[in-house]
Ligand binder design. Structure first.
Ligand code: R5P
Length: 314
């Protein structure tokens, strides 16, 4: 077991989540200064002693993605040079998670590159939630705790009641996750045959495998970005005569046309987590935000004390 004191620091991406985590842990947020020089270079200074400490840096991926990533790398470097005992990057939404394979000629695997950058910067461990593809864990040569928001979502829907509901995977890639959510809720699931066309945010939904007629549908995806996938999935569910439709995701990117699209969708409710900040103007009346604060704080506590993380999901 590590002897160093547990210290939590936050980048600038999601201070509210960092505050929640600190409040759960009953710890003050670590003191640091972060700013940009006039030449656009990021500066981080840790303003308290962290020698031999067990340091956790909270920094999620959200716009501006590259700035937030660079800030995290610089923060890790600062902690490393300040002789921290161990450095854990807590990255609820992992940057570039969708760039996880070479599926076209001459394209990068940026999710892998990010894993190398974190390691080279000096991270000893990473904590993240609902990776776009669980195989991304294999990109890391350092320990990675891959958490899931499924149990939080399941608890929420159990409270609402699960009668006559079906869980929907928006694509073949999400089946494993959706099957696990359906099992937690003791519900059947159905799969939409959704494909992405080219590198633009264009998608098509060709059909649905499973029975949704007359049932309330709970769509679960890792992220909603432009809302294009959700739009297609909702319209195919309506075609197939599903009743109320609930859309859920872990990472509410809600970029570009997402909000305008969602406003026009016949959604009973949009249920997301606070893995990334959601500006007030994007908070639609049918939006529910489930907090990851206690899950992340409990994980940090367990990592610090060398206790099981999987036990959290039993
Ligand atoms: C893709 O495979 C993901 O699981 C999501 O479905 C996708 O990232 C959503 O993106 P958008 O909202 O832009 O369609």
């Amino acid at each position: 077991m590590l002897k160093g004191e547990l210290k939590v620091f936050s980048g600038t991406s999601h201070p509210e989540l960092a505050a929640e985590i600190c409040s759960y842990l009953k710890k003050p947020l670590g003191k640091a200064s972060i700013f940009k020089y006039s030449n656009d270079n990021t500066f981080v200074s840790v303003n308290e002693n962290i020698r031999d400490a067990d340091v956790f840096i909270i920094q999620t991926s959200c716009a501006p993605v590259n700035d937030n990533l660079m800030e995290l790398l610089i923060f890790i470097d600062a902690c490393n040079r300040a002789s921290a005992g161990r450095i854990t990057a807590v990255v609820p939404n992992y940057p570039y998670a969708r760039s996880d394979k070479k599926d076209q000629p001459r394209v990068p695997i940026t999710a892998r590159l990010v894993s190398e950058l974190l390691t080279v910067a000096g991270a000893d461990r990473v904590i993240t939630i609902d990776l776009h593809a669980p195989q991304i864990q294999g990109f890391f040569s350092i320990p990675l705790d891959h958490l899931t928001a499924r149990h939080i979502v399941a608890k929420y829907f159990k409270k609402k009641g699960t009668s006559n509901k079906v869980v929907i995977s928006p694509d073949a890639g999400g089946v494993d996750t959706v099957e696990k959510l359906a099992n937690l809720l003791d519900l059947p699931y159905a799969i939409v045959d959704k494909r992405r066309l080219g590198n633009e945010d264009t998608v098509e939904a060709r059909g649905i495998i499973g029975d949704v007629k007359g049932k309330d549908a709970i769509i679960f995806d890792d992220e909603i970005s432009t809302g294009g996938s959700l739009q297609k999935v909702v319209s195919i569910l309506k075609e197939q005569e599903a009743k109320d439709i609930y859309a859920c995701c872990t990472h509410p990117v809600l970029s570009g046309p997402a909000i305008d699209r969602i406003k026009k969708m016949p959604l009973k409710e949009l249920v997301v987590t606070n893995s990334m900040p959601i500006p007030q103007k994007k908070r639609l009346p049918n939006l529910t935000i489930l907090s990851l604060g206690s899950l992340l704080a409990e994980t940090i506590k367990r990592v610090h004390h060398g206790e099981s993380i999987s036990a959290l999901f039993k």
